[in-house]
Design a protein around this ligand. Structure first.
Ligand code: CU
Length: 179
């Protein structure tokens, strides 16, 4: 882990220039990795990202980060009008597909933060895939109520209406609903 982080160190510089800086690994490209700010150690946070798969069928099976005790794969589902988060064993990444972890859908829940996450912070997240193995990406911390990166950093698949206007963030969780 330590050695892998060192290998990826040059990416830190590139990533600080652009949130959209993609990280390629085999047939996978991971981009727009962001997390919600959390004011205190011990709270929860959420990581979102986009994965483009130019290879065969794969699945995201584990996530880890040094900033939290656990990083759990979750899916938010609308259960008769009530938004619920469920733990999932894996997130399918179909061949030739694009999977977006975003508010109201799949996400990586950070449980038991080791430290507060402030807007502008960057932290590493290791992602393990069933076939592609493990890669490390950098998550950019946005404000607690953020629903995604700035519009200029977004692709056209972010379908939840952007950050202005409020009230339409898809019912997802930030750090607030899991106390
Ligand atoms: Cu969750």
């Amino acid at each position: 882990m330590r050695r892998r982080l060192a290998l990826f160190a040059p990416i830190l510089f590139a990533a600080s220039a652009a949130l959209a800086q993609p990280v390629a690994h085999g047939g996978l490209v991971v981009e727009r990795v962001w997390a919600r700010a959390a004011a205190e150690e011990g709270m929860t946070s959420v990581v979102y990202l986009s994965i483009v798969n130019r290879g065969g069928d794969d699945a995201l099976t584990h996530a880890r980060t040094p900033v939290a005790n656990a990083a759990v794969l979750h899916q938010t589902r609308n259960d008769s009008g009530v938004m619920r988060m469920l733990k999932v064993d894996s997130i399918p990444i179909p061949a030739g597909g694009r999977v977006v972890l975003k508010p109201g859908g799949y996400h990586i829940m950070l449980v038991g933060l080791q430290k507060p996450l402030k807007p502008g912070d960057i932290f590493p997240v290791s992602l393990t895939f069933a076939h592609a193995g493990t890669l490390i990406v950098e998550a950019h911390v946005l404000k607690a109520g953020a629903s995604g990166p700035a519009p200029e950093d977004m692709g056209n698949d972010m379908d939840h209406g952007g950050t202005s206007g409020g009230g339409m963030s898809g019912g997802d969780m930030g750090g607030m609903n899991m106390k």
